[in-house]
Design a protein around this ligand. Sequence first.
Ligand code: 3HC
Length: 328
Amino acid sequence: MYAQLVKSEGKSKAELTPEDHAFQARIDAGEKIEPKEWMPEGYRKTLIRQIGQHAHSEIVGQLPEGNWITRAPTLERKQILLAKVQDEAGHGLYLYCAAETLGVSRDELLEKLHSGDMKYSSIFNYPTLTWADMGAVGWLVDGAAIMNQVPLQRTSYGPYSRAMIRICKEESFHQRQGYAIMMKMANGTPEQKQMAQDALNRLWYPSLMMFGPSDKDSVHSVQSMAWKIKMNTNDELRQKFVDQTVPQAEYLGLTVPDPNLKWNEEKGGYDFSEPDWDEFFNVIKGNGPCNKERLGARVKAWDDGAWYREAMVAHAKKKAARRTVAAE
Ligand code: 3HC
């Protein structure tokens, strides 16, 4: 534990303050840390990075699915998709609010997203080419998100853990609606089944990448786990996701696009091929198939909304001035 604190805070063991020790003891005892309480600067910064990145993922994640709202095959599917995309905006909101309790404004976070200084999940830099992708996104992408986020309900920072409880409830509805689409497609015409298979083929490895690089290349895991900002390593969650998802693919009659996929009795899980990590690092550097389009859409939304934000500020000022006059 000390080695980890030393690494993140740039302090030698002897330099750790009584506050550092007391803080780690609270974390080890499973206590929640609340906004106005003392925390090491590294803890605060790590939370802002992770919660901010997560919030950005929610709002950028609206784009690939928003793309299909006007082309949903039935009114019922359109209503469901609309509700899901709207939920993602709400998730962004809870998370930006949680980040704000750490002393950073939502505007600052968005500025960092727009300038490329902050990341969002790699998965949203892939296109959604057919209606079957709406099924695969719900099933695989929301499925991977839940696998990562259920343990985060127990994370050490109070506002983050409370936001995750609400988000996870909604994400499980998202996952089921995606699987329901996949069931319909997989049991439909041969062409529909082929569309479902094609969606699985394209989104399988990008979904595995959502858990982050393999543990040996993960920069933050050790410290984040010591602080209970993360509850599991990237590889642990990836393995759990594969073990949960393969039987679901079998039930659909679809084939996971991995020739090396094999049940390993000894470890009680599947052996599987790693994603192409060069592709992953290239995508998170901004060179994925849709990075420019996604960021461009967010910047445009921000610029187009400037008049509204300015009108709200002007209205608030007028209201305050009226109140002052009335009080005189
Ligand atoms: N996409 C983009 N960047 C990623 C990434 C991914 N899938 N996985 C890792 N990275 C980045 C990290 O941010 C870090 O870069 P940085 O130092 O510049 O920030 C670098 O790769 C090294 O990775 P680490 O393993 O050291 O990073 P973390 O310890 O932060 O672990 C994580 C990455 C597992 C994604 C962790 O941040 C996490 O659990 N975050 C909270 C959950 C989250 O953000 N989920 C987004 C999923 S999408 C979603 O929820 C939308 C829903 O609607 C589907």
